[in-house]
Ligand binder design. Structure first.
Ligand code: A2R
Length: 339
């Protein structure tokens, strides 16, 4: 049985990836979380790991010797990357180096084993980056291809671009089996409301529950972005893990951008509440790229991936998730007031 290790599994993507692997591949799954994170998942072994702890990373890799390593762990907030660039650089760059060097160390761990003919340890490593790496995409570069120059516009984006470069360097210099991904915005239930779809759905759910006035607070509505359901995204990750070319980078997105205004309209139309829209200056980003859309020719040619879940379904399920969450929080609050 193949062994998969998912590093940084307690975030948004991790549990979807575990579900997909267990349901569709039957690989054994070990997943890491930070010590302070509360995370369990039936069918997966969960271990604590801080990727800043070089020794702990090397020790885990040597003990587990997974065939497949999905590296999801990151400081993934753009806003926090401005406030704490040190941490972002440490986690996203040094942390990735700890993972790559940990694999190299596990490969060289026991010379006697090598002499006895034990094959080298060459797992496949999937480094998950971001479309943020492209930064300011010029209109003539849309849809954006993997060869397009990276012009990162924030600290998070710069660290992910660096992760991508280091992955390529380790693949070329050490013959490591590294595949890199640039992931476009992924959406679905259980995402933090700092992201636009989750934020809009939460606002609608709270309006419906009478917890806020019927006014949606929004930022820049004209920006067009390429959204993909997180379940389609993890399906692409697994296909690329199996079929991607060593040292290559693949865009993972739907290939179709929609405006934030369209997104808003679709979400609001799913509610019976009378909702007004108000632009909130705090949500307007100082630099906004008008269109970011993925060219997914390379992904399709590699593994035939196509999205299976349409945007409307994702939005409906995400809105229902926030309705249930809002109702559950309301019940909890009423319960605690009674006691
Ligand atoms: O920051 P936390 O406490 O939410 O934990 C995050 C975790 N993480 C770490 N894990 C190990 N060692 C560290 N030093 C460390 N710092 C942070 O990585 C979180 O549980 C996980 C990343 O999950 P999310 O931030 O929810 O990212 P998501 O949406 O699951 O995306 C997966 C990957 C990330 O590399 C993104 O930058 C990329 O896809 O777009």
């Amino acid at each position: 049985m193949k062994k998969a290790l998912i590093i940084g599994a307690a975030g948004f993507v991790g549990s979807y990836l575990i579900d997909h692997i267990l349901e569709n591949r039957g690989w054994s799954v070990t997943a890491t979380k930070m010590e302070q994170e509360r995370f369990r998942h039936d069918g997966a072994e969960i271990v604590d790991l801080d990727i800043l702890d070089r020794e702990a990373v090397a020790e885990l890799l040597d003990r587990q010797r997974p065939d497949y390593i999905f590296h999801l762990a990151a400081q993934s907030s753009v806003a926090l990357s401005w406030k704490n660039p040190d941490l972002t650089v440490d986690v996203n760059i040094k942390g990735t180096i700890h993972v790559l060097d940990g694999v190299r160390r596990a490969d060289c761990m026991d010379i006697r084993e090598k002499e006895a003919g034990v094959p080298p340890y060459k797992p496949r490593i999937l480094l998950v980056g971001s479309c943020e790496e492209y930064g300011y995409v010029r209109p003539e570069e849309v849809p954006v291809r993997e060869e397009t120059a990276a012009r990162p516009g924030n600290v998070y984006a710069a660290t992910k671009a660096c992760q991508n470069m280091i992955g390529k360097i380790y693949a070329d210099a050490y013959g490591m089996d590294v595949v890199s991904i640039r992931s476009f915005p992924h959406v679905g239930p259980n995402q933090l409301p700092v992201f636009v779809v989750a934020d809009f759905c939460r606002q609608v759910a709270e309006i419906e529950a009478g917890l806020r006035e019927p006014v949606m607070r929004v930022g820049n509505l004209s920006a067009r972005r390429d959204f993909t359901d997180v379940r389609d995204v993890v399906r692409a990750y697994v296909l690329l893990m199996e079929q991607g070319q060593t040292g290559e980078t693949y865009n993972v997105g739907s290939g179709e951008a929609v405006s934030i205004a369209e997104l808003l309209e679709k979400i609001v139309s799913m509610s019976c509440a009378q909702i007004q829209v108000a632009v909130d200056p705090a949500r307007l980003r100082p630099v906004d790229v008008p269109v970011i859309e993925a060219d997914i020719t390379k992904l399709r040619a590699c593994c035939g991936w196509r999205k299976e879940i349409c945007l409307e379904t994702t939005l409906k399920e995400t809105l229902d998730y926030w309705r249930e969450k809002t109702a559950a929080e309301g019940r909890e609050e009423r319960g605690s007031r009674k006691n």
